[in-house]
Design a protein around this ligand. Structure first.
Ligand SMILES: NC(=O)c1ccc[n+]([C@@H]2O[C@H](COP(=O)([O-])OP(=O)(O)OC[C@H]3O[C@@H](n4cnc5c(N)ncnc54)[C@H](O)[C@@H]3O)[C@@H](O)[C@H]2O)c1
Ligand SMILES: O[C@H]1[C@H](O)[C@@H](O)[C@H](O)[C@@H](O)[C@H]1O
Length: 342
């Protein structure tokens, strides 16, 4: 391995460009070796000023570019399966943005391909596991002092949704984070989903079912409710309260400066995830680079990516049918034994 891990970044949009900046300026031990985006202007703009980087329209060509030892996938979710399988075929470690593959059949193909190798190569970009507040909540729940968790109440609000965002994406893109966080915090699979929705907000694009209230049941008998509202207009808010047998714990409300003056208090609300989760992304990518340089793979696995997609898919069916929908998971390969209780 070279002194600095050579990374190919696929997709140079919002997340890809931010990860390129992070690899170049924030994390240690890595460099951007190749950038691929079918939009040549985006690829060139994201690679501008970087030394020794090649620019590609074809993402697979970037995997074979000089100096590439690992891959960071930040293209849209439906485009993830092909480069994941191609990276596995080349033995390249991958950090893949969520959702790993939005349709569960494709996600299962990724799991089976990795299981067939007999070793992990993929880390999935569920960055909340690297957020300081989520980690404190996880440590508290695992410690058991509050007793068994009974419910998680979650709020997930975006200022606005990007063009092309669909009603299904509220669940399979946005709520995928809560699905993973709930599985991780509780150490249980999610077994059924029900989705309720009020009359859509006047602030939502025509036809978008926004907001939604998504209710999950878990294998251990807990409940998880998620308010997802992607055109709230006022801020990026991600909150989670765990209600346990002997107490409750809440995160997501203490991020900025509270200014009190002239008889009123004012607190800034972050406007997007790149601000709210900046530290989490930095820790996520640093952990990936460190582990990769040591020949290890840590963090959310392809199984976590598959489980999230399967649960989200049941959620989309529940949204469409208005009924309670059971989650069906394929048998978990031995490679991922213990994944949900980590
Ligand atoms: N972890 C998070 O909090 C977080 C936040 C935002 C987005 N994401 C995820 O990151 C990914 C990208 O989202 P985004 O907001 O940056 O989208 P975006 O639309 O801003 O950028 C996507 C880029 O990928 C390019 N692209 C399209 N097809 C491609 C392909 N086959 N190969 C390579 N590039 C391709 C597009 O031209 C575009 O430049 C998605 O999976 C999304 O869910 C994660
Ligand atoms: O792709 C983004 C991203 O995952 C954000 O973290 C989430 O808040 C948004 O709702 C979603 O659209």
């Amino acid at each position: 391995m070279a002194e600095l891990l050579g990374v190919a970044v696929l997709g140079a949009g919002h997340m890809g460009a931010d990860h390129i900046r992070r690899l170049d300026q924030v994390v240690s031990g890595a460099r951007v070796a190749a950038v691929a985006d079918p939009d040549p202007d985006r690829a060139k703009a994201a690679a501008a000023g970087l030394d020794g980087v090649t620019v590609h329209a074809d993402p697979l060509a970037a995997l074979d570019a000089p100096g590439v030892e690992a891959v960071l996938i930040a293209s849209p979710g439906p485009a993830h399966e092909e480069p994941l399988l191609a990276a596995f075929a080349r033995g390249l470690p991958v950090l893949c943005e969520k959702p790993m593959v939005p349709d569960s059949a494709g996600a299962l193909r990724v799991v089976e391909a990795e299981a067939g190798l007999g070793r992990r190569l993929a880390q999935i970009g569920f960055m909340r596991r690297y957020d300081a507040e989520y980690r404190r909540l996880k440590t508290l729940l695992d410690g058991g002092s509050l007793g068994r968790p009974l419910m998680l109440h979650c709020t997930h609000r975006n200022v606005s949704s990007p063009p092309g965002f669909t009603s299904a994406m509220l669940i399979d893109s946005s709520v995928s984070h809560e699905i993973d966080a709930a599985r991780w915090l509780l150490g249980q699979e999610l077994t059924a989903v029900t989705v309720l929705r009020p009359k859509p907000s006047a602030g939502a694009p025509e036809g978008l079912l926004d907001p939604q209230l998504v209710l999950f049941e878990t294998a251990g008998g807990a409940l998880v409710d998620v308010e997802i509202f992607v055109n709230c207009g006022f801020g990026y808010q991600v909150r989670c309260e765990a209600v346990c047998e002997r107490g409750s714990a809440r995160i997501g409300e203490d991020h900025s400066l509270l200014v009190t003056t002239a008889g009123a208090a004012r607190e800034e609300v972050p406007q997007d995830y790149l601000v709210r989760f900046a530290d989490a992304y930095d820790r996520e990518v640093q952990a990936w680079v460190d582990a990769t340089r040591e020949g290890r793979v840590t963090g959310p696995s392809a199984w976590d990516g598959y489980a999230s997609s399967a649960v989200a898919e049941a959620g989309v069916r529940a949204l469409e049918s208005g009924g309670r929908t059971a989650v069906r998971l394929a048998p978990r390969p031995d490679l991922y034994a213990g994944d949900v209780s980590r």
